[in-house]
Structures are given as C-alpha cells and as structure tokens.
Ligand binder design. Structure first.
Ligand code: HEC
Ligand code: HEC
Ligand code: HEC
Ligand code: HEC
Ligand code: HEC
Ligand code: HEC
Ligand code: HEC
Ligand code: HEC
Ligand code: HEC
Ligand code: HEC
Length: 345
C-alpha cells in the first residue's frame, strides 16, 4: 500500500478495512485514535508522517509471509519460517488482545515497512525490523521484554520487576519460544531441560539417587517456583517453604499433638528439594543429620550418655546401624499419640 492509500485509510476507512479485510494497518498514530478522535486535524497530522516514524507494512502478515513462509538461508544464519505461529494462541484474529487482532506480526516485531521495502545490494542485509528477538541483531533486553509485557504484565508476572531473573538480564525469550506449535517451556516433559541450560547444579541433583520425580515428568520446576518472580525467597510460589511442601504432602501439615520443631520451621532443615545421594532427599544420613542438632554439647536433647545409655561411636546397631535413630523415633515429622512426645509412635 502506498502513502496515498494510507491517507485514505486514516481518513475514515480504517475501521472498515480492519474489520472487512482484517489486514489493513493504520500508521502508528492512528492506532488509538481511529473512531473516537479521528478529527481532520489529527488526520492531516498523520498525512505528513515524520520520515523517522517507522510505518507498519501495508498488508500485515500477508506481506511478511511472501518471504517468511519458508526458511531463509543466509551465510552464517538460517532464518526459520515464521509459519508455525499460525497454530498458536497468538494468531487469534478475532481477539483484540491477540497480536493478530492488532498489527499481526508487527505487534511484536514493530512497524516494519522499511524492512519490507528495503532492497539491499547483493550480499547485504535488509533494514532490520525494529524488534528482533534473537541472534546478533537482537534488540536490547528491556525493549524485547516491553513488547511481551505490553500484553502480559499480569497474573504470574506481577512480581517480574525486581525478580532475580529480571535483575540478571533474562529476556522473556530466554525461556519462551514463540514460533513453534507448542512452546517447550509450557510442556511438562520439556520444561526442566530449558531451565537446566542455565541451572546445571539443579540438573545434577535431579540425577541423584533420591530426587523429586522431575526426570519422570511428574513434578516440574514451576510446581514449586514461579520463574517470573514471587513475593517469597528463591522465586518460590509460597512465602514459606513448609506451605509450599504441604500443597502436595498434606499429611505433613499436622497439626500434631507433639510437634518436631525443625519440621514446622522449614522442611529444608533436613531435606534438599532437588535431590540427594541419601534416601528420602535427606541432606545427610541419619544419625549424622540428627546429631547436627542433638549432641551432648547443645541444648536440644543429648544423645548417648544420659538418655540412650550408649555412647555415640560405640557401634550400637540400634543407634548407628540400618535406620539408626529412626528405629525408635519413627514419627519424625510429629506425633498424635498421647505418649508420642519423643516420636516413637
Ligand atoms: C521481500 C522479502 C521479505 C519480506 C516481505 C519480509 N522479510 Fe523479513 N527478512 C527477509 C530476509 C531476506 C531476512 C534475512 C536477513 C536480512 O536480509 O535482513 C529477513 C529477516 C527478518 C527477521 C530477522 C531479524 C532481522 O530483522 O534481521 C525478522 C524478525 C523479520 N524478517 C520479520 C519480518 C516481518 C515481521 C515482515 C512483515 C512485516 C517481514 N519480515 C517481511 C525478507 C523479507
Ligand atoms: C507474539 C510475538 C510475535 C509475533 C506475533 C510474531 N513474532 Fe516473529 N519472533 C518472535 C520471537 C520472540 C522470535 C524469536 C524466536 C522465537 O521465539 O521463535 C521471533 C523470530 C522471528 C524471525 C526470526 C527467526 C530466526 O530463525 O531467526 C522471523 C523471520 C519472524 N519472527 C517473523 C515473523 C513473522 C513473519 C510474523 C507474522 C506471521 C511474526 N514473526 C510474528 C515474536 C513474534
Ligand atoms: C498484542 C498482545 C500480545 C503480545 C505483544 C504478546 N502476547 Fe503472548 N499472548 C497474547 C494472547 C491474547 C494470548 C492468548 C491468551 C492467553 O493465554 O492469555 C497469549 C498467549 C501467550 C502464551 C501462552 C501460549 C500457550 O500456548 O498457551 C505465552 C507463553 C505468551 N503469550 C508469551 C508471550 C511472549 C514471550 C511475548 C513476547 C515475545 C508475547 N507473548 C507477546 C497476547 C500477546
Ligand atoms: C526463567 C524462565 C522464564 C522467563 C524468563 C519467563 N517465563 Fe513465562 N513461563 C515460564 C514457565 C515455566 C511458564 C509455565 C508456568 C506454569 O505453568 O506455572 C511460563 C508461562 C508463561 C505464560 C503462560 C501462562 C500464563 O501466565 O498465562 C505467559 C503468558 C508468560 N509465561 C509470559 C512471560 C513474559 C511476558 C515474560 C517476560 C517478562 C516471561 N514469561 C518470562 C518461564 C519463564
Ligand atoms: C519440590 C519443590 C521444588 C522443585 C520441584 C524445584 N525446586 Fe528449586 N528450590 C526449591 C526450594 C524449597 C528452594 C529453596 C531452598 C533450597 O535452596 O534448598 C529452591 C531453590 C532453587 C534455586 C536456588 C538455589 C540456591 O542455591 O540459591 C534454584 C536455582 C532452583 N531451585 C532451581 C530449580 C529448577 C531449575 C528446578 C526444576 C528442575 C527446580 N528448582 C525444582 C524447591 C523446588
Ligand atoms: C538463560 C539462563 C536461565 C534460564 C533459562 C533459567 N534461569 Fe533461573 N536463574 C538464572 C540466573 C542468572 C539466576 C541468578 C542466580 C544465579 O546465578 O544462579 C537465576 C536464579 C534462579 C533461581 C534462584 C532465585 C533466587 O532468588 O535465589 C531460581 C529458583 C531459578 N533461577 C529457577 C529457574 C527455573 C525454574 C527455570 C526454568 C523455568 C530457570 N530458572 C531458567 C538464569 C536462568
Ligand atoms: C507438586 C507436588 C509436590 C510438591 C510441591 C512437593 N513434593 Fe515432595 N514429592 C512429590 C511427589 C510426586 C513425590 C514422589 C512420591 C512417590 O514417588 O511416591 C515426592 C516425594 C518426596 C519425598 C520422598 C522422596 C523419596 O526419595 O522417597 C520427600 C522427602 C519430599 N517429597 C519432600 C518434599 C519437600 C521438602 C517439599 C517442599 C520443598 C516437597 N516435597 C514439595 C510431589 C511434591
Ligand atoms: C528433622 C528432620 C526433618 C524435617 C525438618 C523434615 N523431615 Fe521429612 N523426613 C525426615 C526423615 C528422617 C525422613 C525419612 C523417614 C523414614 O525413612 O522413615 C523423612 C521423610 C519424608 C518423606 C517421605 C516419607 C514419608 O514420610 O512420606 C516426605 C514426603 C517428607 N519427609 C516430607 C517432609 C516435609 C513436607 C517437611 C516439612 C513440612 C519435612 N519432611 C521436614 C526428616 C525430616
Ligand atoms: C535442625 C535441627 C534438628 C534436627 C536436624 C533434628 N532435630 Fe530433633 N529437635 C530439634 C529441636 C529444636 C527440638 C525441640 C527441643 C526442645 O524442645 O528442647 C527437637 C526435638 C526432638 C525430640 C524430642 C525431644 C524432647 O525433649 O521431647 C526428639 C526425640 C528428636 N528431636 C529426635 C530427632 C531425630 C531422631 C532427628 C533425626 C532424624 C532429629 N531430631 C533431627 C532440632 C532438630
Ligand atoms: C533403641 C531405641 C532408640 C534409638 C535407636 C534412639 N533413641 Fe532417642 N530415645 C530413646 C528413648 C527410650 C528415649 C527417652 C524417651 C523418654 O524419656 O520418654 C529417647 C530420647 C531421645 C531424645 C530426647 C532427649 C531428652 O533429653 O529428652 C532425643 C533428642 C533423642 N532420643 C534422639 C535420638 C537420636 C538423635 C538418635 C540416633 C542417634 C536416637 N535418639 C536413637 C530411644 C532411642
């Protein structure tokens, strides 16, 4: 579409075109003004666009897809076909909240007429689109994120600003992939692999003997974390670790007649949520785990001399063999038995 056509669009056909053709792209200034305040003054202002104001392409996606319906192979880089986006929720033309209910491809990539019309000499690149998301020409992170947040600054993203991931310069597209039928980060089977590209330590932990069934696809990172940010520590979905764990391990919630103080305080006093060489995700083997807190030298109840009448290190099977302390103190998370003050039953 020429500039002349664009004028007629702004002069009154904008609404008609948008609805009837579903592809007309009013210039930037017209976007919010059409209908309500399309006064002659506004129109004449828009008829003489500043040469530096980027313009939307004439026919939206239809223009782009003339070139981007298949891979574009260039020396050093292959630009993948844009086609898969048409099978995603982003391409709902009838929804004014969707990119395709607005400027189609250019809702995300910015007004790209200059890109469309540029005819570089052989071997050189076209004028880039205003917002490229990947590769060496990618726009600054803040600019890329602003595109996504213009529609998605809600729900899970309430605490994005100031979150650990935002502070460390992550882009939405560090995790999300747009031009695929189904974004792998939203699929339980493939989500952890994406996180593991940056979190090698957690990957190693999930490979240990005892682990949450992450590799098995039953538990995913986003069951416990909100990667966009959270009110609590460590991007956790709950402010308190115990409340997080209770969502799936309700039996540990109690209340118990006899509470074991460290359990109420924080499950990670004893468990590593990601994985461990020890059974049951325990940070240390029993009895060493217990002895960190219960030794003759601290005030949480001595072991050996007084109560157990067997000195630590004496090699008693009960104290140090097999299940060790758990042979007797089996209700370690708390007890409801009247005589369960030491978690025997
Ligand atoms: C006449 C063919 C043609 C049309 C039409 C076209 N492109 Fe491109 N586009 C290319 C080529 C070729 C490249 C590869 C690198 C280059 O030359 O810039 C490219 C690269 C891109 C890139 C990669 C990043 C960049 O800018 O370097 C994006 C994103 C892009 N185009 C989006 C669009 C959008 C959105 C439209 C429609 C508004 C569009 N293109 C229309 C040919 C086209
Ligand atoms: C919801 C935002 C959004 C919309 C709408 C969108 N894109 Fe993209 N585009 C992206 C993102 C993000 C990337 C980076 C790669 C990815 O996530 O798939 C990208 C990458 C590209 C690339 C570069 C691919 C490469 O391999 O380097 C091209 C070309 C492109 N888009 C063209 C288009 C065209 C054409 C349309 C319309 C049919 C379109 N885009 C619609 C967000 C969008
Ligand atoms: C013009 C508004 C708009 C823009 C810009 C936009 N989105 Fe969306 N997005 C939507 C709508 C509408 C939906 C579908 C309804 C929903 O899930 O909220 C959606 C859905 C999604 C989904 C869920 C997809 C699914 O398969 O369920 C993800 C993830 C997403 N967007 C990420 C992004 C990212 C990342 C960007 C920036 C590259 C972006 N969006 C840009 C409007 C937008
Ligand atoms: C560290 C990885 C990561 C980053 C960075 C990230 N996301 Fe997500 N996003 C996810 C995961 C994982 C899910 C699935 C969450 C779930 O199922 O609870 C998701 C889900 C979504 C959804 C669909 C679910 C919903 O809330 O409707 C949207 C939309 C979305 N993200 C947008 C964004 C935007 C916008 C940004 C940038 C400001 C962003 N994401 C940054 C990992 C990420
Ligand atoms: C069962 C719940 C749960 C699951 C599933 C989970 N995490 Fe965590 N994660 C936690 C808790 C609780 C903490 C904070 C305490 C800690 O570090 O032990 C944490 C802390 C972290 C930290 C910060 C560690 C540090 O040392 O500061 C990272 C990074 C992390 N998790 C990444 C992941 C990744 C990646 C996945 C998916 C493979 C994942 N988590 C799955 C519960 C979980
Ligand atoms: C592109 C790299 C990247 C990806 C992908 C990524 N992260 Fe991170 N993540 C980071 C960086 C950088 C930090 C800052 C701390 C650090 O260096 O570990 C971080 C920190 C965290 C923390 C600790 C937050 C805190 O307050 O201590 C958690 C939890 C976390 N990420 C979970 C996830 C989850 C879950 C996913 C996948 C949905 C994911 N990350 C994907 C780079 C990434
Ligand atoms: C999204 C649900 C979910 C959340 C949240 C959750 N877990 Fe689990 N947990 C599971 C599942 C599923 C299993 C495996 C159960 C099985 O195999 O029978 C499991 C197993 C365990 C095990 C036993 C592991 C083994 O090797 O037998 C421990 C210990 C555990 N979780 C502790 C925690 C702690 C601590 C938290 C909080 C940081 C937590 N869980 C949060 C779902 C969850
Ligand atoms: C004082 C250390 C300690 C604390 C704190 C602790 N646990 Fe445990 N947990 C254990 C021990 C020891 C075992 C192994 C018990 C066994 O093998 O009989 C265990 C086993 C488990 C198991 C697997 C077996 C079962 O009983 O279902 C789950 C699930 C579990 N703990 C969840 C939790 C949750 C949730 C919290 C926080 C509310 C928590 N634990 C706090 C020591 C602790
Ligand atoms: C993080 C520290 C910590 C760890 C680890 C720990 N405990 Fe405790 N435990 C406590 C505290 C604190 C109390 C409450 C002491 C009090 O009331 O004086 C307690 C109370 C007890 C009591 C009841 C004592 C009484 O006076 O009635 C028993 C029995 C007990 N723990 C056994 C164990 C066993 C067995 C383990 C290992 C599986 C263990 N604890 C691990 C901190 C810990
Ligand atoms: C053979 C059974 C048995 C084993 C094994 C055992 N205990 Fe005990 N424990 C007891 C008995 C009996 C009491 C005293 C109960 C009472 O006074 O009602 C006790 C009391 C305690 C108390 C409370 C002490 C106090 O001063 O009130 C703690 C703490 C404790 N045990 C920790 C441990 C730890 C840690 C281990 C493993 C190193 C362990 N126990 C192994 C039988 C056992």
């Amino acid at each position: 579409m020429s500039i002349g056509n664009r004028v007629s669009v702004l002069a009154g056909l904008a609404l008609f075109c948008a609805v009837a053709l579903g592809a007309a792209k009013p210039a930037l200034a017209g976007g919010t003004q059409q209908g309500a305040t399309a006064t002659p003054a506004a129109t004449s202002e828009a008829t003489a666009p500043d040469a530096s104001t980027p313009l939307y392409s004439a026919r939206g996606a239809a223009t782009c897809m003339k070139c981007h319906d298949s891979d574009i192979v260039e020396p050093g880089h292959t630009y993948k076909a844009a086609t898969p986006i048409f099978s995603t929720p982003h391409s709902m033309k009838g929804d004014s909240h969707s990119p395709f209910g607005q400027h189609e491809c250019e809702s995300c990539h910015g007004p790209a007429q200059a890109h469309v019309e540029s005819t570089p000499p052989k071997g050189q690149k076209k004028t880039p689109v205003p917002v490229d998301f990947t590769g060496p020409d990618a726009a600054p992170v803040a600019a890329r994120n602003q595109v996504c947040l213009s529609c998605h600054q809600n729900g899970l993203r309430m605490d994005w600003a100031g979150s650990m991931h935002q502070n460390n310069g992550l882009a939405c597209v560090s995790c999300h992939t747009i031009h695929v039928k189904k974004d792998p980060i939203l699929v339980r089977a493939t989500q952890p692999d994406k996180c593991f590209t940056c979190h090698a330590e957690q990957r190693a932990l999930t490979l240990q003997y005892s682990h949450h069934p992450v590799r098995e696809g039953k538990v995913v990172c986003s069951d416990c974390h909100n990667p966009h940010g959270s009110a609590g520590p460590d991007l956790l979905k709950k402010v308190r670790v115990t409340d997080l764990c209770y969502t799936c391990h309700a039996d540990k919630r109690g209340p118990y007649l006899w509470e074991h103080q460290p359990v109420r305080e924080d499950c990670t006093n004893c468990h590593n949520p990601h994985g461990s060489e020890n059974p049951r995700l325990l940070k240390e083997k029993v009895p060493f785990l217990c002895l960190d807190c219960h030794s003759a030298t601290n005030d949480m109840g001595g072991v050996g001399v007084s109560v157990h009448s067997v000195a630590p290190g004496s090699g008693s099977l009960y104290l140090y063999g097999d299940r060790s302390c758990l042979n007797c103190h089996s209700q370690i998370h708390g007890s409801n038995s009247p005589s369960g003050s030491t978690f025997f039953r």
